[in-house]
Design a binder for this molecule. Sequence first.
Ligand code: SF4
Length: 395
Amino acid sequence: MEKSENSKSERHGFGMKQEITPVLAQTYRSELVEKIKTNRYEWEIGRVRFRLAKEFGFCPGVDRAVDLAYETRAKFPEKRIFITNEIIHNPTVNRKLIEMGIRFLKGPYQGETGIEDIRKDDAVLIPAFGMTLEELKHLNEKGCLLVDTTCGSVIAVWKRVEQYARDGFTAVIHGKYDHEETRATCSRAGRYVVVWDKKEAECLCGYILRGGPREDFFGMFRDRSSEGFDPDRDLLRVGCANQTTMLSRESIEIANSIRNVMIAKYGEAELAKHFRHFDTICSSTQDRQDAVQKLLSEARPDFAVVIGGYNSSNTTHLLEICLTEGVKAYHVKDAGCFRSGEEIEHKPLGAQTPVLERGWLSEGKITVGITAGASTPDRLIEEVILKISQIANGA
Ligand code: SF4
């Protein structure tokens, strides 16, 4: 982590594992989910057969971030403890932190204290997504204790874009511009442009190949490129990177399309001078995407349930995979979304807010595919499974 002379930072915890392990187990783990795993990831109860993806839920980066937050609280019961934004994109976990007296400086759970009110004797948690260099500098100047839970896979992306900047390459970042991780990555990239999908990548490729009009470029990328960005100068040499939780297939396609226009413009022999690419999708994200694909291809469920925060990027991509495979799928945040045998709350792909839908549960035997984003605890998955079973079996 970048440090100033004023900062005290901790990335490895405070030796409080013994104290926090039972609390974490009680809050987030699930005996039912463990049982289903040992039963070849299947569970049949009444008329419902549940099939779980082989990889789902908490990833190592999220596990570590949650552990560090609990350790910090246990180590410093008297200290004011803050977190810069959501620790991970899961409302249940964020609300637990609030119950523990941890306050949020920004984001949907923001309290009354802002980053400017932080004092030297406070502790501030940096979330798994990291934070921007500007915010980090600000906190370093405060001299508070920084507990850095930034995931190693995110730091690997930062190293990549910093290298691009040192070598005079502009970072083309496949991600969501206002996602905390992408903001943090942009702050380290020097010159950058953020591309959300293949349609935007096509526009970028068109400019690389043919140039202008500049207004068209800025119509799409003005808010998503670095200050003073000049597409005629800054798209001559580009390096691709991604937000760690994007759909890997799409990231690869975007990188390939940029690679192809660089070849078309400069020739294969000159490619290395104009194009670089390293896949920075994290392996946990990839594993969850592969596992849901396999789940759907082995035996098609009647519908799939994707559990995770509505603003969770990796959860949304799991939903996208289900829909692309032609499987009916519901993105739910918790068991409360199953209102009755008639009504379900879920967030359709691309929607800004969740909707209520009727008629999600059919008669007779059903098979339900289950997966969950990297920030979803097993306990939440258990609650969803039990709620579906309770409604379907009338017990
Ligand atoms: S999804 Fe990947 S990058 Fe994000 S916290 Fe988990 S391991 Fe780290």
